[in-house]
Design a protein around this ligand. Structure first.
Ligand code: FUC
Length: 352
């Protein structure tokens, strides 16, 4: 296993580095110190063809100008916060309204668009990177200095793990995720409508027309939101269920896992034979089928179009709806926020 690095660009005079982690089993992961952005994940298909399974740009300036959060870490709080405000201990706090009038994915200069300090990691069984960023008190409106560490590790089982850790000096909210758009066909040969998703979740959060959860948990049974036995993503893209239509004909929803603790999500592309087995300690995953990706730009030579990728954003429940049986997205000074999601790639279909 090894790691290489190369200069990828500059932002505000700071060098943007691209690091590539390579294991002994034919897999590699490339990422930037800008937003901890994963630019490429190369894995074999059933015939051994090694191809890219995430959406990313070849040039750094495209990340600055065009990126719909490709591959990056999202924080301090993933998702939308209504009217960019929330109340903490009776005090009303105003965040940046970067999607007027709401706050989206940590604000204008969220964790996705800052340079992180980086350090290589090499162990017996893995190669990786440790990223660090101090978000200052008041940044994008959030209270407290927040020290965040994110660790990417790649092992020889074709498994990438992402561990998030954060500490604060004042009560604040933290809800971190990774925003990779997966496409298991390899090098964007097809869109994701034929990908099959399987996970154990009975309920999902209803969205309003601003794509903000209303707080109502809806039953998934007998709807396109029931993934228990595996479901083609296109069933939600083509569905007339009002929640699929409102999301832009597809999914942009928090799917809540049925059980507490560790949960798995399986994404399969039968044609290439590739499977992604994702394991997480988070209580839900936002499934976003890139319903609004269409644009006048290209992604590694392929014109941006809807459904070209699928995001599986593991995270806590949104701030308004913390419930006693889910871990809170609130963080106190005497606590550590810690969470891990792993992504294991197979070149065969498993179990669905
Ligand atoms: C996802 C979605 C949003 C948005 C963004 C780029 O997380 O929830 O609707 O379009 O990513």
């Amino acid at each position: 296993m090894k790691m290489t690095d190369t200069l990828f660009g500059h932002t505000n005079d700071e060098p943007v580095m691209e690091y590539t982690l390579v294991n002994d089993s034919g897999m590699s992961v490339s990422c930037l110190n800008y937003g901890c952005t994963i630019t490429k994940i190369l894995v074999p298909d059933r015939c051994g063809n090694i191809e890219n399974v995430v959406l990313g740009f070849d040039q750094f300036f495209d990340y600055l100008d065009l990126s719909p959060y490709f591959g990056c870490v999202v924080g301090r709080a993933a998702g939308r916060i209504r009217n960019a405000e929330f109340t903490l201990d009776g005090e009303s706090l105003q965040l940046t309204a970067n999607e007027e009038p709401n706050h989206l994915h940590g604000g204008k200069k969220g964790f996705h668009s800052v340079i992180w300090k980086s350090e290589p990691i090499e162990t017996e069984s893995a190669v990786g990177l440790k990223f660090f960023y101090r978000s200052k008190d008041g940044e994008e409106g959030y209270p407290g200095n927040l020290d965040t560490t994110i660790i990417y590790l790649l092992n020889n089982q074709n498994e990438l793990s992402i561990t998030y850790e954060a500490r604060t000096d004042q009560k604040t909210i933290v809800n971190l995720t990774n925003h990779s758009y997966f496409n298991l066909s390899g090098n964007l040969k097809r869109d994701c409508s034929e990908h099959v998703l399987q996970l154990d979740g009975d309920r999902f959060l209803e969205l309003d027309s601003d794509l903000i959860p209303t707080g109502r948990l809806l039953e998934a049974a007998n709807t396109p939101f029931d993934f228990k036995h595996g479901r083609l993503l296109k069933s939600g893209m083509k569905s007339s269920h009002p929640q699929n239509v409102l999301a832009g004909n597809g999914y942009d929803h928090h799917l809540v896992f049925s059980k507490k603790g560790e949960n798995t999500v399986v994404l399969t592309d039968k044609e290439s034979g590739r499977t992604l087995l994702m394991t997480t300690d988070q209580p839900c995953v936002v499934l976003y089928t890139a319903n609004h990706l269409e644009g006048l730009y290209s992604i590694s030579g392929v014109r941006a179009r809807n459904y070209l990728g699928v995001c599986l954003e593991t995270q806590g429940l949104p701030i308004d709806f913390n419930q006693p049986h889910f871990p809170a997205t609130l963080l106190n000074p005497d606590e550590v926020y810690r969470s891990t999601t792993t992504y294991r790639f197979f070149s065969k279909t498993i179990g669905v």
